[in-house]
Design a protein around this ligand. Structure first.
Ligand code: AMP
Ligand code: MG
Length: 348
C-alpha cells in the first residue's frame, strides 16, 4: 500500500511533464504556423523604388513594421537628398564654407562613416565628389583645366567635423557633398533596425538594389533569394531585366553599383555616374559590382569604391575585410565575372 502511494506522484509528474512537452511543442508550431508575411510592393522614394517585406506573428505587427520602415527611409531622404534645398546636405553645400553647420546624428554618422571608407579605399570612395558630378553634364566639351579646377574642390581631407557640437564645415570654397553612394544603404540599415525593434521575425528591405535581409522568408527556402541582374540585358529602371545568378542570404546585406542602369550617353559614348576623384573622369572598367556583407551602408559604400578601384585593387581590398564578399562584372563587350574567394557560398 505504502509502495503504491509512492508510485502515484511519479506517474502524475510524468504525465504533467508529457503534457508540458506537448503544450510547448504545439504552441511553438501554432505560432510558426500563424506567421504572416506582408509585401509593401514598390514605392517611389530616394529617386528610386523601395520595397519592404515583413514576416511577423500577425498582420497588425507586419503592417506597422512596413509603415515605420518607410517613415525612416523618408526621414533619411529628407536629411540627405541633394535635390531637396532644405536637406542638411544641401545646407552644408550652401553655407558650409562660411560656417560650421549643425546636423542630426544620422547625417553626422553618414559623413563620418564616409570618411572612414575614404581612408580605407585610398580615396576611391569620396563624398566630396559633388563638383565633378556637376561637371559630368558638360562632358565632352571639357578641358583638362576644367577637370583640374573641379578636382581642387574635392577631397575628404577638406571636411572638418566637430563631434562634440555635431557640426560639419567645408575647408575649400565651391566644395559640394554628394552622399548618393552610401545614403540608400544607410537608409536600408536604419529601416531594418526599426523593423526588428517593432517585432518582425524576418524582413527584407530593398532600396533600388541596396538590400538587407533578416531571419527567413515565410515561404520557400530558409534563405532570402536575391536575383543579380545581367548587366548585358537590363531593359529599364523599373523592370527587373534578366537574372544572371541568384544569391541566397540570411542576415546579410547585398548592394550593387554599376553603370548598366545609370549612365550618360554623349555622342554615342557611355559615361558612368561613378567618378574617380583623382582624375575627375568616370570609371568604366566594371559594369557591375555586388558586395555581400553584414552592414547595408558598408555594402553600398564598398560597391561604389570597388567600381572606382577596378578588379585587381578592388578584390585585394575585399579579401582583407571580414565577412565581406564581392562579385564583379567587367564592362562591355567582355562582361567577364570575377569573384572574391568566399562569394561562391552565396550563389545558388
Ligand atoms: P552607387 O549607385 O551607390 O554606386 O552611387 C553612385 C553615386 O555616388 C553617383 O551617382 C554619385 O552621386 C556618387 N559618386 C560618384 N562617384 C563617387 C565616388 N568616387 N565616391 C563616392 N560617391 C560617388
Ligand atoms: Mg554605393
Amino acid at each position: 500500500m505504502a509502495k503504491g502511494k509512492k508510485q502515484i506522484p511519479r506517474i502524475v509528474f510524468g504525465l504533467i511533464f508529457l503534457v508540458a512537452v506537448f503544450y510547448l511543442f504545439f504552441s511553438f508550431c501554432g505560432r510558426s504556423a500563424s506567421r504572416v508575411s506582408v509585401d509593401s510592393g514598390k514605392r517611389a522614394v530616394m529617386g528610386t523604388f523601395a520595397r519592404v517585406i515583413v514576416v511577423a506573428s500577425d498582420l497588425d505587427t507586419a503592417n506597422e513594421c512596413i509603415d515605420v520602415a518607410f517613415e525612416q527611409i523618408t526621414k533619411i531622404d529628407e536629411l540627405m537628398s541633394d535635390y531637396k534645398s532644405d536637406s542638411e546636405i544641401s545646407r552644408i553645400n550652401k553655407d558650409g564654407f562660411d560656417k560650421p553647420i549643425k546636423v542630426s546624428k544620422y547625417t553626422y554618422n553618414v559623413i563620418q562613416r564616409s570618411i572612414e571608407f575614404s581612408k580605407l579605399t585610398g580615396g576611391a570612395f569620396d563624398i566630396t565628389v559633388g563638383p565633378l558630378i556637376d561637371l559630368q553634364h558638360s562632358v565632352p566639351a571639357l578641358t583638362d583645366n576644367d577637370y583640374r579646377q573641379a578636382c581642387s574642390k574635392t577631397g575628404y581631407d577638406k571636411l572638418i567635423l566637430d563631434k562634440e557640437n555635431m557640426t560639419v564645415q567645408l575647408a575649400a570654397e565651391g566644395m559640394k557633398l554628394d552622399v548618393g553612394a552610401i545614403a540608400k544603404g544607410y537608409a536600408v540599415e536604419k529601416a531594418m533596425e526599426i523593423v526588428k525593434k517593432n517585432g518582425a521575425t524576418g524582413a527584407m528591405v530593398d532600396i533600388g538594389g541596396d538590400i538587407c535581409c533578416f531571419g527567413s522568408p515565410l515561404a520557400g527556402s530558409e534563405k532570402w533569394r536575391i536575383g543579380l541582374q545581367d548587366s548585358k540585358r537590363v531593359s529599364d529602371e523599373i523592370s527587373d531585366g534578366e537574372i544572371l545568378m541568384v544569391l541566397a542570404v540570411n542576415d546579410n546585406a547585398v548592394a550593387t553599383s554599376g553603370d548598366y542602369r545609370r549612365f550618360s550617353m554623349i555622342d554615342s559614348q557611355r559615361y558612368s555616374h561613378i567618378i574617380d576623384t583623382k582624375t575627375g573622369r568616370s570609371c568604366n572598367e566594371l559594369s557591375s559590382v555586388t558586395i555581400i556583407c553584414p552592414s547595408a551602408a558598408d555594402a553600398d559604400a564598398l560597391a561604389t569604391a570597388v567600381s572606382v578601384m577596378g578588379v585587381e585593387n578592388g578584390l585585394v581590398l575585399i579579401e582583407t575585410l571580414a565577412e565581406t564578399e564581392a562579385i564583379l562584372i567587367s564592362s562591355s563587350p567582355e562582361f567577364k565575372i570575377f569573384k572574391s574567394s568566399g562569394a561562391g557560398k552565396y550563389i545558388e
